[in-house]
Design a protein around this ligand. Structure first.
Ligand SMILES: NC(=O)c1ccc[n+]([C@@H]2O[C@H](COP(=O)([O-])OP(=O)(O)OC[C@H]3O[C@@H](n4cnc5c(N)ncnc54)[C@H](O)[C@@H]3O)[C@@H](O)[C@H]2O)c1
Length: 346
């Protein structure tokens, strides 16, 4: 049976999700909610983001268009509410959707505070609704290839890894450093790696972070994570104020019999990649044949996982809400560690 989705918030992510839904069978958009009247009428040409195609005019024939997500969650045609609202609105929207008996697919970060994330997971659990969170990074081709190698078991157990996500000052993002609205670099940016670390290694017991502040928000930090097991895991994240390099991300992940390596940097003049590879115990370097360069493909894979998780009711090992809640816990412990210059329990 086709899963019927209502998208709450037609901004950059609402548009990207919309495009992805068009490419996944078995799941379809039946409603949207957006206060902007032009967008409610299908004119999405003013939507712009930092990847993917610019917004277009869309045909909303047969699709209910509400001004507020409160009306969308009450629509009996909607099975799952896709929350593409600004981060500060996630909590109330997820709680409203769960109270209305809907499954939820919420964009990252799940919430800005650990207590809110806990309340959201608990509310969906109490209503026996599935909560999925849009941590799309594991579906990006290089990350997906690395995960496939790790989860194959062919290279032994994980030993650790280092994860990087550094940008220049994102002057185009309003309220970026506002802890009540966006959450700063930890909650907006690093949460992707916090989630990946949680997925791969479990919940750290402690974290030690050192960093710099921008107002109340941690602007840049190095972190060392501790686990009950002897993994060696670290991260580098944040904003560096040289505008010539808007974005960098990458990883080096160690397994008993393999090292996975990848780095991408967008400079103002061009993007440069150290392609993903696996260096194995025989001294060979393995590389994937060809990876997609279409940024939408990661979202298509993510929506496919949403559909599969909702159809099967088997918890997603990538998108499950409790992993996203733990990612918020990790980021908040890092913030406490930078502020107190001390090791913090997660
Ligand atoms: N996974 C990724 O790669 C990625 C990339 C960008 C953003 N995001 C996340 O997606 C979320 C949304 O970000 P965005 O860039 O799309 O923001 P955005 O500001 O472009 O879009 C949010 C939309 O929600 C609408 N809205 C506000 N209040 C509403 C209400 N009461 N009812 C219905 N709609 C309402 C706004 O009018 C706006 O159009 C954020 O959590 C952000 O962190 C994820």
């Amino acid at each position: 049976m086709t899963i019927r989705v209502g998208i709450a918030g037609i901004g950059f992510m609402g548009w990207i999700h919309w495009l992805a839904y068009q490419r996944v069978p078995g799941i379809e958009v039946v409603a949207i909610a957006e206060p902007n009247q032009r967008r409610r009428a299908g004119d999405w040409r003013d939507i712009k983001g930092n990847f993917g195609p610019p917004g277009e005019r869309v045909d909303l024939d047969g699709i209910a268009a509400y001004a507020d997500y409160g009306e969308l969650v009450a629509d009996p045609r909607v099975d799952v509410v896709d929350v593409c609202l600004p981060p500060a609105a996630h909590r109330d929207a997820v709680l409203a959707a769960a109270a209305a008996g809907k499954d939820v697919f919420c964009e990252k970060p799940l919430a800005l505070q650990t207590e809110d994330a806990e309340a959201m997971v608990a509310a969906c659990h109490a209503r026996q609704r599935t909560l999925l969170v849009g941590h799309v990074l594991p579906f990006f081709p290089e990350y997906a290839w690395a995960l496939e190698k790790i989860w194959s078991g062919d290279y032994g157990r994980l030993l650790g890894g280092t994860f990087k996500r550094v940008i220049s000052n994102p002057t185009w993002l309003p309220h970026f450093y506002d802890l009540q609205r966006v959450g700063g670099p930890l909650l907006d940016l690093h949460v992707h790696d916090a989630h990946l670390i949680r997925m791969l290694f479990g919940l750290p017991t402690h974290v030690t972070s050192r960093g710099r502040f921008h107002g109340q928000a941690v602007e840049y930090a190095h972190s060392q994570f501790e686990f009950a097991e002897d993994y060696v895991v670290s991260s580098v994240m944040g904003v560096v104020h040289q505008q010539g390099r808007p974005f960098t991300h990458g990883f080096e992940i160690h397994l008993e019999k393999g090292t996975l390596q990848f780095e991408f940097a967008a400079f103002v003049d061009l993007g440069e990649t150290m392609p993903v590879k696996l260096i194995n115990a025989r001294g060979e370097v393995l590389r994937p044949e060809a990876l997609s360069s279409d940024p939408l493909d990661g979202f298509v894979a993510e929506i496919t996982e949403v559909r599969n998780a909702l159809q099967s009711r088997i918890p997603s090992r990538i998108l499950a809400g409790d992993l996203a809640r733990d990612a918020i816990r990790i980021c908040q412990a890092q913030a406490r560690s930078v502020a107190s210059r001390s090791r913090q329990a997660v």
